[in-house]
Design a protein around this ligand. Structure first.
Ligand code: HEC
Length: 150
């Protein structure tokens, strides 16, 4: 029993300790001209799906959830934002070469078709970010059109 008590206290102290780890905020008020939505002007439903389901990790502007104040959740989110926007950043999409744009949109289609994106660890908490079957059809149709226009 004693050992369990010690472990519990150590864990609690560690949990309190990590609350002081600072995080950087990925937020910007300006919508750059290179922004994907600003450039391709999607239908309303597609726009709102992109904003709710993808932009938190794939743009320069994250809408931070309440749990971003709590570690280790904040670190996890920060890591997702860092890696997600390195791979694909909708705020900077216009700066990509045509070849890169196409390959990213093809990857977009693959990821959404196979339910790889948005990440499950994210939709677990952000229930509204889950993509329904009809939304999926709509967004993939539209992405295919954009792909044809590049
Ligand atoms: C919780 C954060 C998060 C959300 C939300 C999210 N992604 Fe991602 N995404 C990532 C991370 C992290 C990676 C890189 C690592 C990986 O592939 O798992 C990634 C990778 C990708 C890639 C691969 C890029 C490449 O180079 O092939 C595509 C495409 C993508 N995401 C599209 C989307 C789309 C579309 C949505 C919305 C429907 C979305 N993501 C939502 C975090 C996220």
């Amino acid at each position: 029993m004693r050992i369990l008590k010690i472990i519990a206290i150590v864990a609690l102290v560690a949990l309190i300790g990590i609350q002081f780890i600072p995080t950087t905020r990925n937020q910007s008020d300006v919508v750059p001209v290179t922004d994907f939505i600003a450039t391709y002007n999607p239908p309303k439903e597609v726009e709102s799906m992109l904003r709710t389901s993808c932009y938190d990790c794939h743009s320069n502007n994250t809408k931070y959830p309440w749990y971003n104040k709590i570690q280790p959740l904040a670190m996890l989110l920060e890591d997702h934002i860092k890696h997600g926007s390195e791979e694909l950043n909708f705020s900077e999409f216009g700066d990509y070469s045509d070849r890169r744009k196409k390959s990213k949109l093809k990857s977009f289609i693959r990821q959404v078709e196979q339910d790889e994106m948005p990440l499950e660890s994210y939709t677990l908490i952000h229930r509204d970010a889950k993509i329904s079957k009809s939304e999926k059809k709509l967004v993939l149709n539209w992405i295919n059109k954009v792909l044809d226009s590049i």
